[in-house]
Design a protein around this ligand. Structure first.
Ligand code: URA
Length: 211
């Protein structure tokens, strides 16, 4: 894994909530709420390096020299469908961020990733992109989404996932060494169905109660 920074966010609140998320007894309502909360907490860390600039405001007592976020604008881009579960938590912290959407499936014949839906903010090249997907399993969808974002001009992409498999991390670090990766946990491996072990099961199904 050269080039990329892989950040494991081990804040106690993130780890505690991730444990509840993993538990198969956690139903869709609580699962959705917890994913949103963890995404919010992760966004706090992901935005740690945003640049600040000085401004002056008038408090009720007098002028105060303060700091405000400078320059770069943000976009949150979920990979459909499970990535949607992370968007609202991030928007609670960064309400002015734009939201793009990318839908990707793997062609059963060619096994290549195909994008079936894409709607991005027009000025994507000027924004820091927070690309979100709860599970970084094989890394194929995330790598394809990053390829796609780069084709559209995105230059500053941060990938944020709850749980990563070593296999997925390797795919991203090899293909996109410029992309910072933030995860709450790195699990053992993938099983024969490309599920992360122990993981949390199918994130989309658990979010939306489809199984
Ligand atoms: N997608 C999921 O939702 N879960 C996994 O374990 C792997 C991919």
């Amino acid at each position: 894994m050269e080039g990329n920074q892989v950040m494991v966010l081990d804040h106690p609140l993130i780890q505690h909530k991730l444990t509840l998320i993993r538990d198969k007894g956690t139903g869709p309502k609580e699962f959705r709420e917890l994913i949103e909360e963890v995404a919010l907490l992760m966004a706090y860390e992901v935005t740690r390096d945003l640049r600040l600039e000085d401004v002056e405001v008038e408090t009720p007592v007098g002028p105060a020299r303060c700091r405000t976020i400078a320059g770069k604008k943000l976009a949150v881009v979920p990979i459909l469908r499970a990535g949607l579960g992370m968007v609202d938590g991030i928007l609670k912290l960064i309400p002015t961020a734009k939201v793009g959407h990318i839908g990707i499936y793997r062609d059963p014949v060619t096994l290549k990733a195909v994008d079936y839906y894409c709607k991005l903010p027009e000025d994507i090249e000027e924004r820091v992109i927070i690309l979100v997907d709860p599970m970084l399993a094989t890394g194929v969808s995330a790598a394809a989404a990053i390829d796609f974002l780069k084709e559209k001009g995105a230059g500053n992409i941060k990938l944020v996932c709850l749980i990563a498999a070593p296999e997925g991390l390797e795919v991203i670090t090899e293909n996109h060494p410029d992309v910072e990766i933030y995860v709450a946990a790195i699990d053992h491996c993938l099983n024969e169905h490309a599920y992360i072990v122990p993981g949390l099961g199918d994130a989309g199904d658990r979010l939306y109660g489809t199984k």
